[in-house]
Design a binder for this molecule. Structure first.
Ligand code: ATP
Ligand code: MG
Length: 296
């Protein structure tokens, strides 16, 4: 893959949080490459390191070791000053709880104009009106944020994140606190942005139905990418609205081999093997690698 096609490249990325008495290794040598123009979902159990990874990419916190390049920037080499510009222009962030970047006493329009303080008034307004249309809220232009529903506020948060035309849009559980219908609507906004504008988007989600509609889903386990699911070719055009995404076998699942040859075996398969020690027998058979319970 040529460098100019790559949006994110994480190599052996490590993040250690140190508090007074304990150290938590939230990322344990994570490898991931994301191409420009991808819409990627990240799934994983609570505490697996999803938000930590997103925060590293978004420049909200510094990684501890490894390598991390985003949109041509080396996140380890950036000065504090460069980080401020990076966070304003290169990445947009949407959280589950959007209170962080919304001002309740300003109107929808004014909220979206806020992050564009460096641009001319006319330009800011024009862009904000365009974004209100993108998120389907043109009819709410002059409403105060406090008068909007949670789902509408979340859509305003998406417009704010897009205001400065970031190369990369990051969303941490953006549909975590809205109902099914609103979640689908918000997901459609992301999908259209990706399809029509080629916007690169990373979404952390617990929503299995939504994650299945994305071409590529990576799972994080204990601070590493453990597996990856790719949507099968015939489902890749996600406009198939008639599919029941919660049950359909639409995806192929892969385990990830890291640089030193380690693979995480899916829990359900490992359970079926019913090991009574931590040893397995690994052999090659007709081009396949077999993992077996050791013989007696
Ligand atoms: N600021 C912090 N200080 C200390 N430990 C932290 C900090 N942030 C996260 N952690 C720890 O790092 C690990 C990964 O946390 P993270 O928030 O990335 O998980 P997550 O996958 O986003 O979980 P969830 O699905 O619950 O949001 C957890 O063990 C967490 O307790
Ligand atoms: Mg999280």
């Amino acid at each position: 893959m040529a460098d100019e096609e790559i949006m994110i490249k994480a190599d052996n990325l490590v993040k250690i949080y140190k508090t007074e008495d304990i150290e938590v290794m939230a990322l344990q040598g994570l490898d991931l490459t994301v191409q420009k123009g991808e819409l990627l979902a990240i799934i994983g159990n609570s505490g697996s390191g999803k938000s930590t990874f997103l925060n590293m990419i978004g420049g909200l916190d510094r990684p501890t070791a490894g390598r991390l390049h985003v949109a041509g920037h080396d996140l380890f080499k950036m000065t504090e000053k460069e980080l401020v510009v990076y966070k304003r222009d290169a990445v947009g962030f949407v959280w589950q709880n959007n209170a962080r970047n919304l001002l309740p006493y300003l109107t929808a329009l004014e909220n979206i104009m806020m992050p564009m303080e460096l641009k001319k008034e006319g330009e800011r307004k024009e862009r904000a009106l365009q974004l209100l249309d993108t998120v389907g809220l043109s009819h709410r232009t002059d409403s105060r944020l406090s008068q909007l529903s949670g789902g509408e506020q979340q859509r305003i948060a998406i417009a704010i994140a897009l205001a400065n035309r970031p190369s990369l849009l990051l969303a941490d559980e953006p549909t975590g606190s809205v109902d099914r219908k609103t979640a689908d609507y918000i997901f459609d906004i992301f999908r259209n942005l990706n399809k029509e504008m080629g916007q690169t988007i990373l979404i952390v989600t617990h929503d299995v139905t939504l994650s299945k509609k994305v071409k590529r889903v990576v799972a994080i386990r204990d601070g590493k990418i453990s597996s990856e699911r790719i949507l099968k070719e015939r489902y890749a055009d996600v406009s198939h609205t008639a599919i029941d995404w919660s049950t359909e076998e639409t995806q192929e699942e892969y385990s990830i081999v890291d640089k030193v040859g380690r693979v995480q075996i899916p829990h359900d398969l490992l359970e079926k093997l019913a090991l009574d020690s931590n040893k397995v027998k690994v052999t090659m058979d007709e081009g396949k690698i077999l993992i077996e319970k050791p013989g007696k």
